[in-house]
Ligand binder design. Structure first.
Ligand code: CTP
Ligand code: CA
Length: 232
């Protein structure tokens, strides 16, 4: 849809969207990263701005994307930086969307100087868990604040993608969970996406295959009515 054809149903709302993949530094030149391009988070931020929201986009590493017009952009690197930026913006947020691919683990320590190859085999890299930012946002949620999580699942022999999504929604306690099938060239580093939008109330909306902007529209169509209830 053309921006001028979109509803202005997020007018007066503050929306915080995290996007992209975090990078966990090993030393000044190396990091542990992931394949997130940031495209889905950018699309969510862009469509929210087009629908009238004030948008804070907390962007970890993204592919060569032009940030959407009219959003407040905060650039971050590691999960820890993303956490600080999201919490700083969360106070005034009506909706928090965690579309970022946050590293589950980070190196226990970051080496101050570039690690040299030397002439011996390397030590294993010791990792530690990162905080679960989405769980923190849910725990700190104000009444009326809407928290949205994402889940990228491949499914396996035991459970399919939707099954993992349902379990993750329960575990995370967020209001909405967008479930994407990944692997086999799906979702990561591509232009399109598909999946389900699950609500804590049990509603399950299939999201048809389409652009990441179309997925964003499905998400905002579902959330805007509840985000509007509060008024400001
Ligand atoms: N997330 C987060 N902080 C983390 C890890 C994930 O806020 N340290 C958020 C993601 O941004 C996403 C949601 O949690 O919105 C689900 O992420 P996912 O990686 O699918 O869930 P995990 O709980 O990390 O489970 P697993 O990776 O084992 O599937
Ligand atoms: Ca994870």
């Amino acid at each position: 849809a053309r921006p001028d054809a979109l509803p202005r149903d997020l007018e007066g709302r503050h929306v915080v969207v995290s996007a992209g993949g975090t990078r966990e530094p090993l030393d000044p030149v190396r990091y542990l990263g992931n394949r997130s391009s940031g495209r889905q988070g950018h699309a969510l931020a862009r469509v929210a701005a087009q629908r009238g929201a004030r948008v804070t986009l907390v962007a970890a590493h993204t592919a060569d994307l032009v940030p959407p017009a009219g959003v407040d952009l905060v650039r971050v690197g590691s999960a820890e930086e993303l956490r600080t930026a999201v919490h700083a913006a969360a106070g005034s947020a009506d909706v928090l969307v965690m579309a970022a691919a946050v590293a589950d683990f980070r190196p226990v320590s970051t080496v101050e100087h570039k690690i040299k190859k030397g002439d011996r085999d390397p030590e294993p890299v010791a990792l530690t868990r990162n905080p679960d930012i989405l769980a923190e946002l849910v725990a700190a949620r104000r009444p009326g604040q809407v928290v949205v999580g994402f889940a990228a699942e491949t499914g396996d022999a035991e459970t399919d993608v939707l099954g993992y999504g349902r379990a993750k929604l329960k575990r995370k306690g967020c209001d909405w969970l967008v479930v994407n099938a990944v692997g086999d060239g799906k979702a990561f580093e591509v232009e399109d996406n598909a999946g389900w939008l699950l609500s804590s109330g049990g509603a399950e909306t299939p999201i048809p295959h389409g652009s990441k902007a179309q997925l964003a529209s499905v998400v905002w169509d579902a959330i805007a009515p509840s985000a509007e209830l509060r008024g400001t």
